[in-house]
Design a protein. Structure first.
Length: 131
């Protein structure tokens, strides 16, 4: 990828980021193996999906829509009310890997983003795993 092309552009700009957030939460809603993190979310996922879209717009190198509306995301702090261990992290990643599979990104770009998402999701862990 050239330095001037952002992942935001590669994924299809605003429409591509919206579609990614949409697929992510559809996967979470429909995949029984993600039930644990689905239950951490409200029954109506519209608000969660919109916030993820706003956040990912900036995170992928596009307009910083989340920061404009809500200020600094302080993601780790915002996730503290939810118990997140390795299992929750892996369920979140499963949804994102599925959402990225249909993004139209090539293999290299997808792998790069999977790595970046994993680092962010791993940083969100706030509970020891049960032994
Ligand atoms: C590691 C596992 C994760 C779990 C279990 C999790 C779960 C949640 C839950 C339950 C909410 C609240 C939803 C709502 O109030 O509607 C939330 C909000 C959010 N999550 Fe996560 N999340 C995880 C990782 C991530 C990652 C890796 C990112 C970003 C790459 C992310 C981005 C967000 C954003 C932007 C919000 C909205 C924050 C706000 O209220 O303003 N989450 N998450």
């Amino acid at each position: 990828m050239s330095d001037s092309t952002s992942y935001y552009d590669l994924i299809g700009g605003d429409a591509g980021v919206r579609a990614l957030a949409e697929r992510f939460y559809r996967q979470m809603d429909e995949d029984p193996s993600c039930a644990r993190i689905r239950h951490l979310h409200p029954a109506d996922l519209n608000h969660s999906r919109d916030k993820l879209y706003l956040f990912l717009s900036g995170w992928l190198g596009g307009p910083p829509l989340y920061v404009e509306q809500y200020g600094h995301p302080m993601l780790r702090r915002r996730h503290l009310p939810f118990p997140i261990g390795s299992d929750e992290r892996d369920q979140w990643m499963r949804c994102m890997v599925a959402a990225l599979a249909d993004s139209g990104l090539d293999e290299a770009a997808r792998q790069h983003l999977v790595g970046s998402f994993f680092n962010t999701a791993d940083f969100m862990r706030n509970r020891e795993d049960p032994r």
